[in-house]
Design a protein around this ligand. Structure first.
Ligand SMILES: [Zn+2]
Length: 285
């Protein structure tokens, strides 16, 4: 069995011309349903205490009061509460994975650029890192590997987990590109900067290297920051993956044999619903 968590409440914000738009969840949610996956709302809500697992103690409150200024990351009305719903999806997916059922959180806003004390790059709370922190708090002997396949470096995730002995982080991303980090590897963080124009063959080779390193860490759970902005028609990046590439990516992740879950990060092309469907075909196999 596999599980898909989503909530239509996360389609309730947006701004004209902003690529991180409601269709990303609204239209994509129809695809797993068509493929026979039941879409569930997370059974448990997320709370400010979940945000404080890794973010600064005042981070939730600063987001709630709109006390931040990032041109990419607007202070939409109610965004703190909506971002908690997105976080609840990641927490539910992590819990499902740990119990042996692969899962996907189909929510927005994304999270992997959110750092200890900052919103950034359309992200408010770091869904993937916080869900890993919750898993590790519940079972301190656990080890978790995070694989970030979004086209942008997961700089917020790296900031939040660097140096932890119980987490391994590896990111594949276009360089040069926002946010400009992830050019070097250090401590428990392994980065694969890829030049603009990178296609499927080179991408999958890099992913195999990343997964090989992640497996050497002997994780109990694999968490995936699943961005789909590596697609060749993505309006804000220049990698050249095909629609079918995502089935192969999902399959490589599945073939690790690890307990696993993925959370939606970026992906701004019209084809996003099909890209996610292909990914889940492989990831849930
Ligand atoms: Zn991205």
């Amino acid at each position: 069995m596999s599980r898909v968590f989503s909530d239509p409440a996360t389609t309730s914000y947006g701004a004209p011309g902003h690529p991180e738009a409601p269709f990303r969840v609204a239209r994509t949610a129809q695809c797993p349903a068509a493929a026979g996956h039941r879409i569930e709302k997370p059974a448990a809500a997320a709370a400010p205490e979940d945000v404080a697992l890794l973010h600064a103690p005042d981070h939730f409150e600063r987001v709630r009061r709109a006390a931040f200024d990032d041109p990419d990351t607007p202070a939409y009305p109610g965004i703190a509460e909506i971002a908690l719903i997105s976080l609840a999806g990641a927490l539910a997916a992590a819990k499902s994975a740990a119990a042996g059922e692969p899962a996907f959180s189909l929510m927005r806003p994304p999270g992997h650029h959110a750092g200890k004390s900052r919103v950034a790059g359309f992200c408010y709370f770091n869904n993937v890192a916080l869900s890993c922190a919750r898993l590790l708090e519940q079972a301190p002997s656990r080890r978790v590997a995070i694989v970030d396949i979004d086209v942008h470096h997961g700089d917020g995730t790296e900031e939040l987990v660097r140096g932890r002995p119980d987490v391994y982080f590896t990111s594949l991303h276009q360089s040069p590109l926002y946010p400009g980090s992830g050019l070097e590897s250090r401590d428990n963080c392994l980065n694969f900067p890829l030049p603009p124009g990178t296609g499927e063959a080179a991408y999958l080779r890099a992913l195999e290297s990343a997964l090989g390193a992640a497996l050497e860490f002997k994780p109990d759970v694999l968490a995936v920051s699943a961005g789909f902005d590596t697609y060749r028609e993505c309006p804000i990046a220049q990698l050249r993956l095909e629609k079918s590439s995502y089935r192969r990516i999902g399959a490589l992740l599945s073939q690790t044999g690890l307990k696993r879950y993925a959370v939606l990060e970026g992906g701004y092309a019209e084809a996003l619903p099909l890209l996610v469907e292909n990914f889940l075909d492989g990831f849930f196999a």
